[in-house]
Ligand binder design. Structure first.
Ligand SMILES: Nc1ncnc2c1ncn2[C@@H]1O[C@H](COP(=O)(O)OP(=O)(O)OP(=O)(O)O)[C@@H](O)[C@H]1O
Ligand SMILES: [Mg+2]
Length: 266
């Protein structure tokens, strides 16, 4: 039996699924971009989505916090649940959903505001703190968890855009976790970062998984192998296979997966 190291691992070992999708298809106008994707995303683990450019990874990721709602031509069929709640139910408050399912984008995109305000914004609009000192404490703890606190604690009121790329991405992670989401979606979060900043963010992802369920899109198979416990391989809008990362990389069931991970397609 696997050794259980933390509460997160214990929950993961108990096998609970945080997000489940059934037969999810997405159309952009007439064009179908995703075909009947059904997958279970376990709680407190990192799941990596891999596959060639244009295979639908970002499209699928955006379904999970209804970001595709903001694209007028996009239409989804199928079902997605978060803790067994149908997130496409008309009664769902999308703003609240996106607080529970946070997102970090490919390019660091801090608001044109101070470092402090970047992190305080979400908790403020969701009324999460009762007073200034509670808000300050939440901002500080989010920056600490994102591994950025020591670098910014003396310059909280300087613009977020004045940070380095790697620092900006950690600021965006702090902003995403400040609303205490349960799931964090990351779309190629390291593609604009150098190897040192990438290593810091990867370490952070590993730490975060004890409290959050993380889904990361990556073009780097090395990154998927380093940070994830589960991997899903997509090709031409279809989920080809998914399972334990070590199995996908060492012993894929499907020829297409093998061709991709050995560099024959991509
Ligand atoms: N807003 C949009 N309008 C129309 N078509 C779109 C839109 N966004 C994506 N598509 C199409 O849907 C398909 C899947 O795109 P998606 O961005 O999800 O792929 P991806 O796997 O994230 O690719 P990459 O690795 O290059 O980021 C592509 O054919 C793409 O052209
Ligand atoms: Mg993409």
């Amino acid at each position: 039996m696997e050794k259980v190291k933390s509460i997160g691992d214990a929950r993961a070992a108990s096998g609970s699924n945080k997000v489940s999708t059934r037969d999810v298809s997405v159309f952009y106008g007439e064009k179908q971009a995703l075909f009947d994707v059904s997958v279970d995303i376990p709680a407190n683990q990192v799941t990596a989505f891999i596959g060639p450019s244009g295979c639908g990874k970002s499209t699928f990721l955006r379904c999970i916090n209804r970001m595709n709602d903001t694209i007028p031509v996009a239409r989804m069929t199928g079902a997605i649940t978060l803790d067994d709640i149908d997130i496409y139910d008309p009664r769902i408050d999308v703003v609240e959903l996106r607080a529970r399912v946070g997102m970090v984008f490919q390019k660091p995109n801090p608001f044109p505001k101070s470092i402090f305000e970047n992190v305080a914004y979400g908790p403020k609009i969701h009324g999460m703190t009762r007073n200034k000192s509670e808000l300050e404490a939440l901002v500080a703890s989010s920056l600490k968890r994102a591994g950025l606190w020591n670098e910014v604690k003396d310059r909280l009121h300087e613009p977020g855009t004045g940070l380095s790329g790697g620092q900006q991405q950690r600021l965006c992670i702090a902003r995403a976790i400040a609303t205490r989401p349960e799931v964090v979606l990351m779309d190629e979060p390291c593609s604009a970062l150098d190897p040192i900043a990438t290593a810091i963010v990867e370490e952070l992802i590993d730490e975060l998984r004890s409290n959050y369920t993380i889904i990361i899109v990556t073009h780097s198979m090395q990154q998927a192998a380093r940070v994830s416990q589960k991997t899903a391989f997509f090709h031409l809008g279809k989920l080809i296979e998914h399972g334990r990362t070590e199995d996908i990389f060492s012993n894929p069931r499907e020829k297409q997966t093998e061709d991709y991970i050995t560099g024959k397609i991509g």
